[in-house]
Write a protein that binds this ligand. Structure first.
Ligand code: SAH
Length: 425
């Protein structure tokens, strides 16, 4: 529907990182250089679109929007300013024309309190045959809506996200239309990297052998793909296993179970669940995957959920957009050169959640991949004994406490991983 070039984190000025509430936005503007990232060329369609708020005309059409009547004064003021910005960016002619092609549209109602957030641009539901100009405008609108949904998912809690998509399932479709378009421009799709890694380890090593995939006691490999999107991982691996079973005797009795979780049941592979709480038993899983899925502001809850469902020696595979990781302040980097590594703060946080770090792969231009595993009890005991010998056990426990206190003051989505958000110009 619309074209969005991949996130080229070097050159593009169209995507910014940082919070979205007005409060946060004000702070951000004071400290612009910190929160903006450089980025790709997003193609014309999205580039020329100056904001994700609906034109004034459309706002007056909103029926029963709970946020409108209850808005505090300063919020109303803000809206007016936004409308002025919109007037500048979206001409009357354009909004009239959009109103024509999308005449059956209403701004979706969300019962969650998004009052400090912007409203989405009008959804694209028209069946009308569009002129080329209208098509162009529709694609701009679609880019705006993708940005708006993306921004919501990065800046609300996972409970709110589940509620939002439950109430407006079409947002999921629109999001994935835009998401696919983004990723198709990347040199590599991280899901594909995980699929290849899975196939390769399965073909070259035995299950549970060194270098082989982890399975449970009867060698069943149980995967949880958390925030699976359209469950590409499951679909690809299932196809592959079917083929292997046909052609390779070795795999005749192979048992692989892939559980794919997301906010909407887009196909039969998916189970709807908030990934902070998935319907799986404790220690029932041998691999947990988060592929670009650490979106909610409480994403450490997802990591803890992974820890709960993973069996000892189970693996955690994560891929996240590179630009979400902040560099450590220079003084600290000099003290410890290892600290300057991308994602070191993130790795430390996962260690505090109990994981052992296996590797960080920073070779891809767009995303960083991490591998962790859940240590079995003997390794945990050994490590604790070592910490005690070095008189660092208490220190480590204090670190954990500090980490939890920090999370309580401010959700990790505001400091540990930056949300990946398009800049509104
Ligand atoms: N892993 C897929 C999709 C990535 S997009 C891929 O790489 O292709 C991120 C996905 O995470 C979206 O589909 C979004 O709906 C999902 N997501 C975000 N927060 C979630 C939550 N709390 N529970 C379940 N899914 C979530």
């Amino acid at each position: 529907m619309f074209n969005v070039d991949g996130w080229n984190l070097k050159n593009d000025k169209n995507i910014a990182l940082g919070g979205v509430s007005e409060k946060k936005k004000n702070k951000k503007s004071k400290n612009k250089s910190k929160s903006e990232i450089s980025e790709t060329q997003i193609n014309d369609a999205v580039n020329n679109d100056n904001g994700s708020k609906p034109p004034k005309k459309d706002q007056t059409k909103v029926k029963g929007n709970q946020n409108d009547s209850k808005q505090p004064k300063n919020e109303k003021k803000r809206k007016n300013t936004d409308e002025v910005e919109n007037k500048e960016s979206i001409t009357n002619k354009r909004s009239k024309s959009l109103a024509k092609v999308a005449s059956n549209t209403t701004i979706p109602k969300a019962s969650i309190d998004l009052s400090t957030k912007s409203q989405p641009p009008i959804p694209i539901t028209s069946q009308t045959k569009l002129t080329p100009l209208q098509q162009k405008m529709m694609s701009k609108l679609s880019g705006s809506r993708f940005r708006w949904i993306n921004e919501q998912l990065y800046t609300i809690t996972s409970e709110e996200a589940l509620k939002l998509i439950k109430e407006q399932p079409s947002l999921f479709d629109e999001y994935h239309q835009g998401f696919k378009s983004q990723v198709s421009n990347w040199p590599e799709n991280p899901v594909q990297v995980f699929v290849d890694q899975f196939k390769n380890r399965l073909l070259t090593r035995n299950i549970n052998a060194p270098g082989g995939l982890p399975g449970n006691k009867d060698k069943t490999i149980v995967v949880a793909d958390m925030g699976c999107g359209e469950a590409q991982f499951s679909q690809d691996i299932n196809k592959f296993i079917k083929q292997q079973k046909k052609n390779n005797k070795k795999f005749k009795n192979l048992k692989i179970e892939i559980n794919s979780f997301d906010l909407k049941k887009q196909n039969e592979f998916i189970t709807v669940a908030d990934i902070k709480n998935v319907p799986m038993e404790n220690e029932s899983c041998s691999i947990v995957i988060f592929c670009l899925a650490l979106m909610g502001t409480n994403f450490i809850d997802f990591i803890k959920e992974a820890y709960r469902i993973l069996q000892p020696r189970g693996e955690l595979w994560i891929a996240e957009i590179k630009s979400r990781f902040s560099e450590k302040p220079e003084e600290q980097q000099q003290q410890d050169p290892q600290d300057s590594k991308v994602g070191s703060e993130f790795v430390d946080a996962l260690k505090l959640c109990g994981f052992f770090h296996k590797s960080t792969d920073n070779s891809n231009k767009m995303f960083t991949r991490f591998e962790f595993f859940k240590p079995p009890q003997d390794i945990i005991d050994e490590r604790n004994a070592k910490l005690q010998r070095k008189k660092k056990f208490i220190e480590n426990e204090t670190e954990k406490e500090k980490f939890e206190n920090k999370r309580e003051l401010k959700p990790e989505g505001e400091w540990l991983l930056k949300p990946c958000i398009y800049k509104r110009r």
